[in-house]
Design a protein around this ligand. Structure first.
Ligand SMILES: [Zn+2]
Length: 313
């Protein structure tokens, strides 16, 4: 009877890749599940777009990775490959079908000091220090996978700015907006979008009162311009817990929350191979996901498929 048992087992546990959402757009975060594999608790990586994303054990026969779709590539099919110490020919590869989207341009006025090209030595030193501090957040070994469920909005206020918007400050300095803005008066509560650990709490030049949460598996959320930070470095917070207050600190036009979603990535090849960076993805994409230890059922993947979004199209 042994052969029959083997057949049954292979039907249940056929290795497969589940990509959520199945048709991601430019700038979207994607959850990649590699299911039906004997991973033996070992880590691997999912590679796409010239980056390598950590692939960690999520369930007994499931590995999970967060993959960022860059916002500045051409739409179309891109290969996703899996590297793992136990991978053999039976382990599947997959294709990411990247969908097109267009981003808006916005004109903003901010205090002159924020667009000045000449920066004082003191400011240069401060920015260098701040950059080194944030690098430590991205380069730390990823914390284990968590069952995050459906992430929640970080405030109850309305969305005032979208991901990917090209911004022109005082008609001179240009940048891309890599987050989502929420309106709100100073003191409006800001909540954790999902369970995580506080890995940064500091006052920074551009982002002002700043909190960063590590949600495990290489997923981070950032909360900028806060007037008050209500949690401590190293503290674990749960989804919906109040972590701070809306403020107007840093480079801002007025009080609001800038909410960002960063995924940890390493350059897969070239001169920078192995070097770690973060890739900011669309928070709106994160808020549409359900992030578990096992792949969502095909029906719930279909439900979570981006219905036409009301903004930034
Ligand atoms: Zn913003």
């Amino acid at each position: 009877m042994a052969p029959l048992v083997l057949i049954a087992a292979s039907v249940i546990a056929a290795p497969h890749v589940v990509i959520d959402p199945p048709q991601p757009r430019l700038g979207d975060p994607v959850v990649v599940y590699v299911a039906g594999v004997e991973h033996g608790g070992e880590w691997g990586s999912a590679e796409a777009f010239g980056y390598s994303f950590t692939l960690q054990p999520a369930g007994k026969t499931v590995l999970r990775a967060f993959v960022a779709i860059p916002s500045d590539i051409e739409p179309g099919p891109y290969p996703l490959t899996v590297s793992h110490p136990r991978a053999d020919a039976a382990w599947p590869a997959a294709t990411l079908q990247v969908q097109k989207r267009t981003f808006e341009t916005a004109h903003l006025r901010v205090a002159k000091k924020f667009t000045k090209r000449k920066r004082s030595d003191a400011l240069k030193a401060r920015l260098k220090r701040e950059q080194a501090q944030i690098r430590l957040v991205w380069t730390a070994t990823p914390t284990p996978v968590r069952d995050l469920g459906r992430p929640a909005r970080p405030t109850k206020t309305r969305i005032t700015g979208h991901y990917g918007t090209a911004r022109v400050f005082n008609n001179e300095r240009r940048s891309v907006h890599y987050g989502m803005d929420f309106g709100g008066r100073i003191g409006t509560p800001v909540y954790a979008t999902a369970t995580g650990k506080v890995v940064m709490s500091s006052m920074r030049w551009g982002s002002g009162g700043t909190l960063i949460l590590d949600h495990g598996g290489g997923l981070f959320t950032t909360y900028f311009h806060l007037s008050k930070r209500r949690v401590k470095l190293g503290q674990t917070v749960t989804k919906g817990q109040r972590i701070g207050d809306v403020g107007r600190s840093g480079r801002v036009t007025g009080p609001h929350l800038h909410f960002g979603v960063a995924l940890r990535a390493a350059y897969a090849d070239g001169a920078k191979a192995g070097q770690i960076r973060s890739l900011y993805v669309d928070p709106a994409g994160l808020l549409m996901l359900k992030i578990g230890r096992t792949p969502p059922s095909p029906s719930s993947v279909a439900e979570a498929k981006p219905s036409p979004r009301k903004h930034a199209e």
